[in-house]
Design a protein around this ligand. Structure first.
Ligand code: AMP
Length: 118
């Protein structure tokens, strides 16, 4: 079972923001912004490649709610899902990073060679 499924099943702890029947939002263990929330579907989906439009619809409104709860709806935030190796996905359970609380930098290449495309 993957680590996010263990969080869903309460086999691992999380710093919960909110959950409903289908989704869960909790603070990232290693935050990359002053506010860094992870939003996941409770049912295991490997990545964005496999997500259904129905799950996307539910996640969209849930993420909007989370942005309001953590107080970044008006100041702005970023929503990211990493997909596969090049996307930098470490946990193979679909999750959305919701980042805010400060002005965020932009630019995502991991090495100097790729940065020539910037
Ligand atoms: P990604 O690289 O997109 O797969 O992101 C995985 C994220 O999960 C990283 O930002 C980690 O800091 C975070 N993470 C890993 N384990 C946990 C955990 N047990 N609780 C909260 N966040 C976690």
């Amino acid at each position: 079972m993957c680590i996010f499924c263990k969080i869903v099943n309460s086999e691992l702890p999380s710093n919960l923001v909110k959950e409903n029947d289908d989704f869960m939002a909790f603070h990232d263990l290693n935050p990359k912004a002053p506010i860094h929330i992870l939003v996941i579907p409770k049912q295991h989906v490997d990545s964005f490649n496999e997500v259904t439009p129905q799950t996307m619809a539910g996640m969209t409104s849930f993420i909007q709610e989370i942005a309001e709860i953590v107080g970044i709806k008006e100041s702005g935030y970023r929503v990211i899902t990493n997909v596969g190796d090049n996307g930098g996905q470490e946990v193979k359970h679909l999750h959305w990073h919701v980042l805010g609380g400060a002005k965020l930098a932009w630019g995502h290449f991991a090495d100097a060679e790729s940065s020539k495309f910037l």
